[in-house]
Write a protein that binds this ligand. Structure first.
Ligand SMILES: Nc1nc2c(c(=O)[nH]1)N[C@H]1C(S)=C(S)[C@@H](COP(=O)(O)O)O[C@H]1N2
Ligand SMILES: [Mo]
Length: 258
């Protein structure tokens, strides 16, 4: 399947569904008092996953801001330079040899160079990043919508989560890398992008070069930096500590909604 051809058509389809969903949601209060509302809900269960998502509140968008509200500087947090020979070699060559690997429960495993990612559809968004440590910053991000990438690799029906494996070995034991995961609702959300630019410049190393996740309705630690490999899974039980993320393995919430 040629992604360039299928992408706009499916996007229109999603948009039509989202419109129908908005009407349903707007009518919820009234509908829930009628007898046929439960029947309506069970009918939606036989529709596609996309249609279900459209009627759920999690379809909502995170706030976007005008240029004038951008923070003068976007600070970095956590790892600022991954301490691995492989990453250092990649960085030294300006990430020319970088290949994003995408595998797991999908029909067409693939790798993508930075040029290939930049040639795909893009989205730019100015959003606020909130870290649990008590700071926020507004930045402008440009990247590939995760939807566009997934439409070229074709997740199977069994895929329930997208796992992001990062380049930085963490202090805990010096070997286990940072990782994160999101569900398919967030994976197909319009504002979920693999960002390669921050504030109109190539993504700086402290902020996750060459690629970092933006998943705008969740807290900062979900936004995996230094993404090397993406894996579609039906469970994260067997990955690292089994809780779906580096901080989750240490007790943080998996769904960190803002
Ligand atoms: N690979 C990786 N991703 C990461 C982290 C990290 O240490 N390593 N820190 C997380 C946390 S807690 C925050 S707040 C953001 C910080 O992003 P920034 O450095 O661009 O501000 O990245 C998140 N993603
Ligand atoms: Mo954070």
């Amino acid at each position: 399947m040629n992604p360039d051809r299928s992408y706009p058509r499916r996007r229109l389809f999603f948009r039509a569904l989202a419109g129908a969903g908005a009407v349903l949601v707007a009518g919820c209060d009234k509908l829930s008092r009628t007898e046929w509302f439960p029947k309506l809900l069970s009918n939606t269960e036989i529709l596609t996953r996309e249609a279900q998502r459209a009627v759920l509140p999690r379809k909502s968008m995170a706030q976007e801001f005008p240029e004038s509200e951008r923070s003068p500087e976007f600070r970095s947090n956590g790892t600022r330079m991954p301490n691995s020979p492989q990453y250092k070699a990649l960085a030294a060559s300006g990430f020319a040899a970088y290949r994003l690997q995408v595998g797991g429960l999908l029909e067409k495993p693939a790798t993508f160079s930075l040029d290939q990612l930049r040639a795909m559809p893009s989205r730019t968004q100015i959003t606020r990043h909130d870290c649990v440590e008590g700071w926020s910053a507004i930045g402008k991000w440009k990247g590939v919508p995760l939807t566009a990438l997934l439409e070229t690799v074709l997740p199977t029906a069994a895929a329930r989560y997208v796992v992001f494996h990062c380049a930085d070995p963490m202090e805990r034991d010096g070997t286990s890398p940072y990782y994160e995961s999101i569900d398919m609702d967030d994976a197909y959300h319009l504002q979920t992008i693999l960002a390669y630019e921050l504030n109109d410049k190539a993504l700086p190393i402290p902020n996750g070069a060459p690629i970092r996740l933006r998943v705008e309705r969740q807290l900062g630690y979900k936004h995996a930096k230094y993404v090397m490999r993406i894996e579609l899974v039906d469970s994260f039980d067997k990955i690292a500590g089994g809780k779906g993320g580096y901080w989750e393995d240490q007790g943080y919430e998996w769904y960190a909604g803002i």
